[in-house]
Design a protein around this ligand. Structure first.
Ligand code: SF4
Length: 404
């Protein structure tokens, strides 16, 4: 039983463990729980890491190379989850660079989803008709080695606003068709409370903006940042929704669950975006445990992303077919709320495209034939649409079973 959760096993809460602090016996609770202390003591160099972990030659070389690409940065909280002896540790693979990052294969790109080509103002991406992405800072608490925005994040000298933010706000005022703004980065929750309050206030002053979303990995990398004061700031500007980013069930510690609980209690609906990563979460078993723990944290699994074709990511990219298999292994076998949508962000800038297991076997003007999650085949007589003609496909195979 988890002593922090008396009665917890009945609700599955015993599956959560506190982040182990064995590497920092000298640190007080007050220091550990202070998000500023966590940021000041991030692992950012070989010298920081070597005394604490047995590095492989590939990791050592990768850390030295990382200055040329995406900086190394790991909070003590997240580092405490790393298996120091196992290079295959799924937490370690996400944040410790390896020299494979220096190899670019022919399909990889610096801007794999074509954000630059849909950017009318620096820091703002307007690809879909009624919504925009606003990149408010270029810093994150820790750096994910597969980051789609490797070209942008980790380069600046402080946690300041994007230098073109005023231009981005002016663009939003001039575009009444935009009703939905996603704040991302970098990580918007790295801004101090006052700055975040001013930014959200400036957006709320634009009458046609209805829906504000924040994309953040802070509750996972730095749960200490989710203070009551931060929640009070967010609550002022409702409706605010948030997408967090968890890839492996071990990231969901007691501290993370409590941080997510504070956000939920502040009225913020939470969704999760995972990236499908080789050696991290590319199995039904790992994803099942992840999505179940997310529901216990009041987080709805939202997207499972195929890893973008970012430069130097080949060693982390799992096949698209694995993503389909994972969804197939979840759909019907567990709660519908637990099943994310698998998407590929179309290379070059086509936007997110849902990719699903194929359930439809045959369709014509009168019927649709499909299989269920167990592979049983059914037919549904489709009401005829007056005047409408539909493409008729060849039957994939004969219907052998219909519902009794
Ligand atoms: S937290 Fe998000 S923006 Fe930051 S490095 Fe990770 S994936 Fe990139």
């Amino acid at each position: 039983m988890n002593p922090d959760d008396p009665g917890g096993p009945a609700r599955g809460l015993a599956r959560f463990r506190p982040a182990p602090r064995t590497d920092w016996p000298e640190i007080t609770d007050a220091q550990w729980n202070d998000w500023h202390w966590q940021l000041q003591h991030r692992f950012v160099s070989l010298a920081d890491l070597e005394p604490r972990i047995r590095l492989t030659p590939a990791e050592r070389a990768g850390i030295l190379f990382s200055a040329q690409k995406l900086s190394l940065g790991i909070t003590p909280h997240f580092f405490s989850l790393v298996d120091k002896e196992d290079p295959a540790c799924p937490i370690r693979r996400q944040v410790l660079p390896v020299i494979d990052e220096s190899h670019t294969d022919g399909v990889e790109m610096g801007d794999p989803v074509g954000e630059e080509s849909s950017s009318p103002v620096p820091g703002l991406v307007h690809r879909y008709p009624d919504r925009v992405l606003l990149m408010v800072t270029d810093r994150c608490a820790s750096y994910c080695r597969y980051c789609t925005r490797s070209r942008l994040v980790s380069g600046a000298g402080g946690y300041d606003f994007h230098p073109d933010l005023d231009h981005a706000l002016a663009y939003l005022r001039e575009h009444p068709e935009v009703r939905d703004v996603l704040l991302s980065g970098g990580d918007p929750l790295l801004l101090g409370d006052d700055k975040l309050d001013r930014l959200l206030g400036a957006l709320r002053a634009i009458p046609h903006l209805e829906f504000l979303r924040i994309g953040s990995r802070i509750p996972i990398f730095l749960p200490q940042r989710v203070t009551p004061a931060l929640c009070a700031v967010l609550r002022k500007h409702h409706p605010i929704w948030m997408s967090v980013h968890v890839n492996h069930p071990r990231e969901l510690t007691v501290e993370v669950r409590e941080a997510l609980g504070r956000l939920s209690d502040a009225g913020i609906p939470l969704g999760n975006q995972s990236v499908l990563l080789a050696g991290v979460n590319d199995s039904v078993e790992v994803m099942r445990e992840l999505v179940h723990k997310l529901l216990l944290c009041r987080v709805r699994p939202y997207y499972l992303y195929q890893c973008d074709l970012i430069r130097g990511s080949r060693h982390l990219r799992a096949p698209v077919t694995r993503g389909i298999e994972i969804i197939e292994g979840l759909r019907g076998f567990t709660s519908g709320y637990a099943v994310p949508q698998f998407v590929v962000d179309a290379p070059g800038g086509g936007g997110k495209v849902p990719i699903n297991p194929e359930y439809v076997i045959y369709r014509d003007a009168e019927r649709i034939v499909f299989r269920n999650f167990q592979g049983r085949v059914f037919e549904y007589p489709d009401p005829a649409k007056s005047g409408a003609s539909r493409p008729v496909a060849e039957p994939a195979y004969e219907v052998t079973q219909t519902p009794s």
